[in-house]
Design a protein around this ligand. Structure first.
Ligand code: SF4
Length: 201
């Protein structure tokens, strides 16, 4: 067992300090989202679902897709969707070919809630924006690598990122997108790409 919370272990090991640092960082968005959630009588995940639906295509606005995206059980997402529907922030749009399935769309009231809450990330954005460009690139390289490895061991989802895309290729140590026909520099790697095509397993 790696007890990173034991301070002697933690302070003797850079690995433990970095892991503890990530644990500390994991609190950031929870704290920022709770502030918005309290002010709008919603839960943090309900706000995240509304924001995701606003900025993604209708085929991604389904309970199954949202459950995978947010690493939640379908029942948890369904509960949140039910509350959002009761509050009239979303509406279900039946599929044209299969009336048993539906996608989720925002109502004008739902869009208003997104407008009021989506800036919850601003304090983090402002710190990143004031960081030197070369440090941002190192940070982004580390973040994308962590996400890729955590996705590989099935801890978090990366269903729209370059690392899981059929168009993504690695050649002689550099990354390429076959669709856009470009070399992907570190800063070009995407976490959430509209053109993403799931890689064939
Ligand atoms: S299509 Fe998008 S996700 Fe896929 S490799 Fe190209 S940039 Fe990355």
């Amino acid at each position: 067992m790696k007890n990173i919370f034991d301070l002697e272990t933690q302070n003797d090991s850079l690995d433990a300090k970095i892991t503890a640092g990530f644990e500390r960082l994991s609190q950031v968005f929870r704290v920022l989202l709770w502030e918005k959630a309290k002010n709008n009588d919603l839960s943090p995940i309900q706000i995240q679902l509304l924001i995701f639906i606003k900025y993604h295509s209708a085929n991604k606005a389904t309970v199954s897709y949202l459950a995978k995206e947010f690493n939640l059980a379908k029942a948890t997402v369904s509960d949140s969707i039910r509350v959002l529907e009761q509050k009239k922030y979303i509406t279900k749009v039946p599929h044209t070919e299969d009336s048993r399935s539906s996608t989720i769309a925002l109502t004008p009231e739902g869009i208003q809630v997104v407008d009021l809450t989506e800036n919850f990330t601003d304090p983090v954005y402002d710190i990143i924006a004031s960081t030197a460009e070369k440090d941002k690139i190192i940070l982004w390289r580390s973040i994308t690598s962590f996400i890729q490895q955590l996705n590989h061991i099935q801890i978090i989802s990366a269903q729209n990122s370059c690392s899981t895309c059929d168009y993504f290729e690695q050649e002689n140590g550099s990354n390429h997108c076959r669709l856009l026909q470009i070399r992907l520099k570190t800063e070009d790697i995407k976490l959430d790409c509209q053109e993403h095509k799931p890689a064939r397993l």
